[in-house]
Design a protein around this ligand. Structure first.
Ligand code: 6GU
Length: 229
């Protein structure tokens, strides 16, 4: 998988060198390139934003640097790539979307700052390629960078080969529509708290039943809306 990220803070993504995704990059499973939007400005101040037409607070990102940067990445014709624009006005990011992103050959992330990117950027590229506006949740971030980091981590670990033991992907929160069951390791007793005895029983049927029960109970308690579907 190839990932291109356009941002005014390329250094922000240096943490992608670390851990699981860092290893996936070293082994060539995932190729990541960051692009500084300001490299596509042509004024002395490297301006990427301007005041909004119609008035109002905040600044809007100008379309021209985005056009230059994205043309350079996807070419100026139709593109097979998927353009992902993080936006609080987008569709909510879910495990299902992470799976869809993980199946793509080429992802391009356009990180907006300020009050967002001139709408014509999305409209223009929407005529040449698939574009998705995706939100991390119902709260406001200063820019798309943190959201893109979350999306890359969630999707990247689903790319075949990135997580060593693919079975560990199956028994996780959200993979079966439920929250995950509580986990325990040694010692069997810690500060007066004992590991549930069923987990020490060696009875795999009973353990599976207990874990499922815990999943349903947890989900009913904190995320009842997940049980409706
Ligand atoms: Cl994707 N971007 C910004 N700026 N704020 C957000 C978000 C994205 N998702 C939730 N809040």
């Amino acid at each position: 998988m190839r990932i291109d990220i356009v941002t005014i803070f390329p250094e922000f993504f240096s943490v992608l060198d670390l851990s699981l995704l860092g290893r996936a990059r070293q082994s060539g499973l995932i190729e990541v390139a960051t692009h500084d939007l300001r490299d596509h400005t042509h004024d002395r101040h490297r301006t990427v934003d301007d005041t909004p037409y119609g008035g109002g607070a905040g600044m809007v990102m100008k379309p021209e640097p985005w056009g230059e940067a994205l043309d350079e990445i996807v070419g100026d014709g139709a593109s097979e790539a998927l353009l992902v624009v993080p936006s609080p006005a987008g569709e909510p990011f879910t495990q299902a979307i992470a799976r869809e992103l993980a199946a793509e050959k080429h992802l391009v992330f356009a990180c907006g700052r300020y009050e967002g990117i001139d709408q014509r950027v999305v409209d223009h590229y929407g005529e040449r390629m698939r574009v998705r506006l995706v939100s991390l949740g119902d709260y406001v971030l200063n820019g798309g960078e943190v959201a893109v980091m979350a999306m890359i981590e969630a999707a990247g670990r689903l790319v075949p080969g990135v997580v060593g033991n693919p079975e560990s992907l199956v028994e996780e929160s959200h993979e079966d529509g439920l929250l995950e069951y509580p986990s325990y390791t040694k010692p069997a007793s810690w500060r007066g708290l004992d590991v549930p005895s069923v987990l020490l029983s060696g009875n795999h049927g009973a353990i599976a039943a207990w874990r499922h029960e815990q999943q349903v109970e947890r989900t009913r308690r904190v995320r009842p809306e997940l049980l409706e579907g």
